[in-house]
Design a protein around this ligand. Structure first.
Ligand code: DGY
Length: 338
């Protein structure tokens, strides 16, 4: 057990948290859970409130946060030296300043693996819906403007036998490739590292990024958001893609330059886009992308199944519990050692 002078460990959970994870935290002896009351808890805790709560005596040993929370040096400083661990209920950790956490010797947890298949299923859903124009079909029925059958009415693009380019062949990229193999797709991938053996298990072939853009009918960014990948899909990238190409982004909104995407969709530089992530989130309905018929946008819901979110909550809780017990986190953020 991590020493705390006999005092219970205090965990700040920044918003409503699935019962499955809460139960684990509450079962852990000598752990006190502080969580905002409903209805406030259904919204992200404002940054200033989080800072204020962390600064208040007696302080917190652990912070359990979400991708809606910005965890930066200023916030960590407000928590002071009592804080020992930060656990996010998300696989992505771009909302956390990892260097600021490690500088302060904090252990850092996230929730990989459990969402891989759930997210991959959803990516296939967005991909098929976008290629086959399912939202446009739903809209004409709801709007009572279902046109008469005609040879080219509601025609989209085939998914089967398409060439699909995956930028970032991590866990989710592999799971997507595996599913697409069932559609007889040709799978290309690009990544900072070549991983030929791993890629061969899903029939994916390595190509340079420009080649991936030029050859793919469907392009799926699945790389983490970093300084290098911010704005990776810009006007230059869209200019290299096929006019018939479909972009499917379920990673992070910042990877795509949205002004450039708007122009590319409007001018026919590419054919369509399906987005689960945008900047900002939520994206207002007045945003110019929302008004495009060839852009399907859904509200960051790729991991949103009850089972998946409960599993993520359990992992986020177990990371905190491991830190409390003085153990290695079962799911530490890569590159952080504890
Ligand atoms: C994550 O966990 O990072 C995902 O974006 C959730 O859908």
């Amino acid at each position: 057990m991590a020493s705390n002078g006999g005092e219970p460990w205090r965990v700040l959970v920044t918003r409503s948290f699935p019962e499955a994870g809460l139960l684990l935290l509450r079962e852990e002896p000598n752990l006190e859970v502080v969580i905002p009351d409903e209805p406030d808890a259904s919204d992200a805790m404002p940054y200033d409130k989080m800072k204020k709560m962390l600064a208040e005596a007696p302080g917190y040993d652990a912070l359990l946060c979400f991708l809606t929370d910005k965890i930066d040096a200023e916030l960590l400083d407000s928590a002071g030296s009592r804080l020992k661990t930060v656990s996010t209920m998300s696989v992505g950790y771009n909302h956390m300043d990892v260097a600021a956490c490690t500088d302060r010797k904090l252990s850092l947890g996230h929730t990989p693996d459990v969402l891989t298949n759930t997210v991959a299923d959803f990516i296939l859903g967005v991909l098929i819906a976008t290629c086959r124009r399912i939202p446009a079909g739903v809209k004409v029925v709801k709007d009572d403007v279902w046109g008469k059958w005609a040879p080219l009415y509601m025609c989209g693009r085939d998914v089967h036998h398409a060439t699909v380019g995956i930028m970032g062949l991590g866990r989710i990229g592999m799971a997507v490739a595996k599913r697409l193999a069932g559609f007889d797709c040709e799978i290309l991938y690009s990544d900072a590292f070549r991983m030929d053996e791993r890629a061969a298990t899903v029939g994916a072939t390595y190509v340079e990024f420009d080649d991936l853009l030029a050859r793919s009918d469907i392009v799926i960014p699945l790389c983490p958001l970093t300084a290098e990948t911010t704005g990776l899909f810009d006007a230059t990238a869209f200019g290299k893609m096929k006019k018939t190409a479909v972009l499917v982004n379920c990673s992070r909104g910042e990877i795509v330059n949205q002004d450039a995407l708007y122009d590319a969709l409007k001018n026919g530089t590419i054919w369509a886009a399906g987005l689960d992530v945008t900047v900002p989130e939520p994206l207002p309905a007045s945003d110019k992308l929302v008004g495009l018929e060839n852009c399907m946008i859904v509200p960051h819901m790729a991991s949103a199944t009850v089972a998946c979110r409960e599993d993520m909550a359990r992992i986020a809780a177990r990371n905190v519990i491991a830190a409390h017990r003085g153990e290695k986190l079962p799911h530490a953020v890569p590159g952080t050692s504890k």
